[in-house]
Design a protein around this ligand. Structure first.
Ligand SMILES: Cc1ncc(COP(=O)(O)O)c(C=O)c1O
Length: 407
């Protein structure tokens, strides 16, 4: 992140920033936020609720009821405000949850979080207060098209040992755009339940909001499941609002952690979206504005990649089922993805080298970790297209020739 920040600061106007997780600025959504801020100013007490009070540690009571109501109505899940906590962004929710459940326990034992599939969200990797939080399982790689693959959970290698405190996955997954299938989720939930541990599902890009999900996956909840949501990818990253749905004892612990770390949460995001959550409008905006916006950007980026990469060398893209990234795999690359990152940086293109996303497992000899990069397609199409052309030029220099030139 530090390196990206320096490159950004010194990069000049031609820099192609395809590395970060910054969501796009969607004009229709920005108009909604502006309208809501005007309404808050005009409404009696509106702006005061948003700015001039400390809310209770779990969040604004009316907002908690609105969230519980939205999920009750939409999915029939039996939720009440006791199942909901707000945090200062999804990132903070994970810092709290991961350290609450795993790490050094009061009785001296160490507990771990099982990641059923890596690559997984880089933002979890350094969150353990005393390190070593994760036990991760490399995936099965399934080739799904001439230049396409999909990761699957390797259930044969998934063992819940006594040190495992919870299972955790992002759905859709950052960095790959993978969406764990309904069957994979049902198996993970059953496994967690049979061992009396929670399953944590990170819906930062997921359904029903922001809804950046292009496959037919069903949202899933049971009383032992912890779901996290965020207002960032629907367009309010600056409001720092995360939402956790979970068992009341976990929610109470999150409230205590909020109070200890920050007294209370930022109110503004909750107040901006409150009527949209109460009316269900947030679901319509996700379905009719946010999802089609990213789906089209994804289509254009994939087409640009196919055009730029062609057939001369070995390359694969993960199947795009959601989120805002393309995940490339260059089998047999003669340099590491980190060296590729450095070469691309010299040419003004910023990506994230893939090895950072493979944390929590000790299989360093697995070449695949060093053959992947993450590319964001949230930027302007012309920037993404130009960046992909440069990536293709650099990879062509160090990738083995295609075994199947006709593919
Ligand atoms: C998978 C995933 N989870 C959580 C987060 C945290 O987002 P925020 O703290 O902005 O809610 C991100 C941000 O990019 C993410 O990609």
């Amino acid at each position: 992140m530090d390196d990206l920040g320096h490159a950004l600061a010194s990069g000049g106007p031609d820099l192609k920033m395809l590395g970060g997780g910054q969501p796009a600025r969607i004009p229709e959504m920005n108009a909604v936020w502006r309208r809501r801020i005007e309404e808050l100013i005009d409404e009696t007490g509106g702006i005061d609720r948003a700015l001039t009070s400390y809310d209770p540690p779990c969040g604004n009571p009316r907002f908690l009821e609105a969230v519980a109501g939205l999920f009750r109505r939409t999915f029939g899940w039996e939720l009440s405000p006791e199942n909901i906590a707000v945090t200062a962004g999804g990132q903070t929710a994970f810092f709290f949850l991961l350290n609450l459940l795993a790490g050094q326990m009061p009785d001296g034992r160490r507990k771990k979080i099982l990641l059923p599939l890596v690559p997984e969200y880089i933002g979890y990797s350094d969150q353990g207060i005393d390190g070593g939080l994760f036990h991760a399982i490399p995936p099965v790689i399934e080739k799904t098209g001439p230049h396409e693959f999909k990761y699957r959970v390797d259930f044969d290698r998934l063992a819940i040992t006594p040190e495992i405190a919870a299972i955790c996955a992002s759905r859709p997954t950052n960095p790959t755009g993978n969406v764990l299938t309904d069957e994979e989720i049902a198996r993970l939930a059953a496994l967690a339940k049979s061992h009396g541990i929670p399953l944590i599902l990170d819906n930062a890009y997921g359904a029903p909001f922001p809804g950046i999900i292009f496959s037919e996956a069903e949202p899933f909840w049971e009383p032992h499941v912890i779901l996290t949501y965020s207002l960032s990818k629907i367009g309010l990253p600056g409001a720092r609002t995360g939402i956790v749905i979970g068992p009341p004892e976990i929610i109470r612990a999150l409230g205590s952690m909020n109070a200890i770390v920050g007294l209370s949460n930022p109110n503004i995001g909750q107040q901006i979206v409150l009527p949209l959550v109460e009316s269900g409008e947030i679901l319509r905006l996700s379905r009719e504005v946010v999802r089609p916006f990213y789906q089209e950007k994804c289509r254009l980026a994939r087409a640009a990649a196919s055009e730029a990469f062609g057939d001369g060398f070995e390359w694969f893209m993960h199947r795009s089922e959601g989120a805002i990234f393309l995940w490339f795999w260059f089998p047999g690359l003669s340099i590491t993805s980190h060296e590729l990152y450095e070469r691309l940086k010299q040419r003004g293109v910023l990506v994230i080298p893939g090895h950072y996303f493979f944390f929590g497992h000790d299989q360093p000899a697995w070449a695949h970790r060093d053959e992947c990069i993450r590319v964001s397609y949230a930027m302007d199409e012309a920037v993404v297209r130009a960046g992909l052309r440069i990536i293709a030029e650099e990879v062509r220099r160090c990738a083995p020739p295609s075994l199947h030139p006709a593919d």
